[in-house]
Write a protein that binds this ligand. Structure first.
Ligand SMILES: [Fe+2]
Length: 181
């Protein structure tokens, strides 16, 4: 199971117009905002591309707009991994796999974080298991690329701005191609 770069490009062109679970922006806008915010902050290419592709699982498995309200956790962060492992390095793939756990971690580790989440993000948090226990948070922080996942998470949380101007998907393609195995 693996995707090609043109498969990914096509997915964002074709399926990216679907709304980003309960938010007022599309999946494509959310992905581009996350990547653009990371780039503007000076993050390295692997993190920018991880931000760009972090919700690719939603596109692959077509999470419906109502899934959250129906109490369904699509586990998109895990289901996408077999499609990316052969294409991209661990610096990109592991933070994608951990980006939901990073939210659960920050809810435990950072006062005020949970309260600042958007409504739909709070809704999905409950389905995803809620805040980590203090012990689980310590274990999480020791995993490879946990810090990159936490950094990705901050751009994910911020990338919900209606009307924000970003480059198009193809702007990020050369870096995606350079990282591809
Ligand atoms: Fe996201």
């Amino acid at each position: 199971m693996s995707l090609t770069l043109s498969d990914i490009q096509h997915l964002y062109a074709a399926a990216g117009n679907a709304l980003y679970g309960g938010e007022a922006i599309s999946q494509r806008e959310h992905a581009l905002q996350a990547a653009w915010l990371a780039e503007q902050a000076g993050e390295d290419d692997a993190l920018v591309i991880a931000c760009l592709l972090h919700d690719l699982g939603h596109l692959l498995f077509e999470q419906g707009d109502d899934d959250l309200r129906q109490g369904l956790d699509d586990l998109h962060q895990y289901k996408v991994l077999p499609f990316l492992r052969h294409l991209l390095p661990d610096e990109v793939v592991n933070p994608i796999g951990l980006h939901v756990e990073a939210k659960r971690y920050l809810c435990q580790a950072e006062p005020g974080y949970a309260e600042a989440l958007s409504e739909s993000s709070r809704l999905s948090l409950a389905l995803q298991g809620g805040a980590m226990s203090p012990e689980a948070a310590v274990a999480f922080a020791h995993q490879p690329h946990a810090q990159r996942a936490i950094t990705l998470r901050r751009y994910d949380d911020a990338a919900k701005i209606v009307g924000m101007v970003t480059p198009e998907f193809d702007y990020f393609l050369p870096r995606l191609a350079a990282l591809a195995k």
